[in-house]
Design a protein around this ligand. Structure first.
Ligand code: ADP
Ligand code: MG
Length: 559
């Protein structure tokens, strides 16, 4: 028998978990069942694509057992199991997938309630158990292993003679403490309702022997205990269900079950397509920006199923970059199971699905903007920048698809407005769409260059995001109205008389201007008289294609 220590970060998480007084201990069961289901997915998929493994649908299930006297709760699965290496790798460290994000969240919120909001996998069992024992045998191993830990000082691993492939996890449920009741996790009713709540869509039967009191057949006055083997979950995947049968809560709990985010979904989109390509999908717009969203660590993608069996966890090809914030699943009966990553990229069906999905997301966002403005603004505040990048990075048709989804802060409305709204409000004599750039709305407000435009009664869009002006330059115009930076040289807002007067003045003050230019040296390109100032004495203005703000951004970029 070998005794090993947990990795440092696992240890810290374990401590927190055990000592945190948090209300949703019950999620440990969701975690164990999800793991069991993942493990069955893996063997199921293998069996379907590998003839040497015999295949029988009934062989795939999860079983829950309780023993009140021994205070044990067991979760058994007929999944792929773990080899010794896998045991150490997977249960000796915090789930790699979630660990990083978890750590960050923890540091932010000092980790009390948060554990309940999303799973932290296998380790959550230590919230309710003093000791966890895992018996497992891998499809790829001749023998089984026993892993055991009290969640505090490491774990042990030893060989164990296990007959069947699969995993059995036994929790030694804690004794009740002062304000903590753990007995509930040994009660069938309670377990049944936890499973219904979180794991109803698990695709394999979750079975449990349930004792029910029924009237005796020969004597209906008397009750007797009948033991029945029950399947507790409905198993129909949520995406196969009829939309009418589902409510927001169902979609929310699926989002959580899938660990799509630590937040709640802002909105969801459930579709079933039956045409050139057939697929079902549930897509979510998250409420909050994932902490790593604008970093290289972020991976976009949708979960891809072929007829109910998971074939890829993050299929990036299904989402364009400008919608990379979307999470969700796609299930298509037109995909073959043993499709490889490489083939998938070339696959015509996948391309068709991706195209269709892009259109659906766009329409969904558009309708949010139209019908649920507040939600849309919330969305845009989190992810709007990505849409603007999408416009900027585009050499094809994205910009036309995305331009109506953009919002900018407006000088006159003092809130985010769309380009369409701007154009519809334009006074008759206004030819261009005006914008001003700066660090903040306040700063822009004080720009001398905005004065004349405002005096004319024109609305100005305030660009505070670095990408704003770059994106707008890609668009060039909207509804045939050209975009104009209020700071650019040629605003052409003056009437003929003012222009003439300006020419005259320029002649008169020629020497003064030349002297000023000399004094400023190479800090400026030229010193000119301006007609656009109302109350300010001077302003800086950019000459040519690149504005002052853009120049700043470009200078920061690595070569
Ligand atoms: P996650 O599920 O996010 O990867 P977990 O902590 O829940 O994190 O599980 C860690 C890993 O342990 C899983 O990824 C899986 O490889 C392995 N594992 C856990 N439970 C089982 C099981 N019942 N059968 C096979 N492997 C399992
Ligand atoms: Mg898990």
């Amino acid at each position: 028998m070998e005794k090993k220590q947990f990795q440092a970060e696992s240890k810290r998480l374990l401590e927190m978990m055990v000592h945190s007084i948090y209300s949703q201990k019950e999620i440990f069961l969701r975690e164990l069942i999800s793991n069991a289901s993942d493990a069955i997915d893996k063997i199921y998929y293998k069996a379907l694509t590998d003839d040497s493994i015999s295949f029988n649908q009934d062989d795939y299930y999860i079983r829950i057992e309780t023993d009140k006297d021994k205070r044990t709760l067991t979760v058994k699965d007929t999944g792929i199991g773990m080899t010794q290496e896998e045991l150490e790798e997977n249960l000796g460290t915090i789930a790699k997938s979630g660990s990083l994000s978890f750590k960050n969240e923890v540091e932010m919120q000092e980790g009390q309630e948060i554990i309940g909001q999303f799973g932290v996998g296998f380790y959550s069992s230590f919230m309710v158990a003093d000791k966890v024992t895992v018996y497992t045998r891998s499809l790829h191993s001749e023998r089984g292993f026993k892993w055991e830990s009290n969640g505090e000082d490491g774990y042990t691993i030893e060989s164990y003679d296990k007959q069947d492939i699969g995993t059995e996890i036994i929790l030694q449920i804690k004794e009740n403490a002062e304000e903590e009741n753990y007995d509930e996790f040994l009660e069938q009713h309670r377990l049944t309702s936890i499973i219904k709540k979180y794991s109803d869509f698990i695709r394999y039967p979750i079975k449990m022997e349930v004792v029910e009191q029924k009237a005796k057949e020969d004597n209906p006055e008397e009750l007797e205990d009948i033991i029945e083997d029950k399947t507790l979950n409905s198993m129909v995947p949520i995406w196969r269900k009829n939309k009418q049968e589902l409510n927001d809560e169902d979609y929310e709990s699926f989002y959580q079950e899938k660990h799509f985010g630590f937040d709640k979904p802002l909105s969801h989109l459930h579709t079933s397509v039956d045409g050139m390509v057939r697929f079902q999908s549930i897509l979510y717009v998250p409420e909050q920006l994932p902490f790593n969203y604008y970093s290289q660590d972020f991976e976009k993608g949708l979960e891809l199923y072929s007829n109910g069996v998971l074939i890829m966890e993050k299929c990036a090809d299904l989402l364009p970059d400008h919608f990379s914030f979307v999470r969700g699943i796609v299930d298509s009966e037109d995909l073959s199971l043993n499709i490889s990553r490489e083939i998938l990229q070339q696959d015509r069906q996948v391309k068709l699905i991706a195209k269709n999905i892009e259109k659906k997301i766009k329409n969904h966002l558009q309708s949010l903007l139209k019908n649920e403005r507040e939600k849309y603004v919330q969305f845009f505040e989190a992810f709007g920048r990505q849409l603007k990048y999408g416009v900027y990075a585009d050499f094809g048709t994205n910009k036309d698809k995305l331009k109506d989804l953009l919002l900018f802060y407006s000088s006159s409305e003092e809130k985010l407005v769309s380009l369409k709204e701007y154009v519809e409000r334009m006074p008759e004599d206004q030819e261009h769409i005006y914008y001003a750039t700066g660090e903040s709305h306040d700063r822009i407000e004080k720009l001398p260059q905005t004065e004349l435009v405002k005096e004319k009664g024109y609305e100005i869009l305030y660009f505070t995001d670095e990408v704003d002006e770059f994106a707008i330059r890609m668009l060039i115009n909207y509804d045939d109205k050209e975009f104009k930076n209020v700071s650019s040289g040629d605003l052409d807002l003056e009437d003929e008389e003012t222009k003439k007067e300006a020419e005259k003045q320029k002649e008169e003050h020629k020497d003064l201007l030349a002297e000023m230019k000399e004094a400023l040296g190479n800090k400026v390109k030229d010193v000119k008289l301006s007609t656009r100032l109302v109350t300010h004495p001077v302003c800086l203005s950019a000459d040519g294609e690149v504005s002052i703000e853009m120049e700043k951004v470009l200078k920061q970029m690595p070569d």
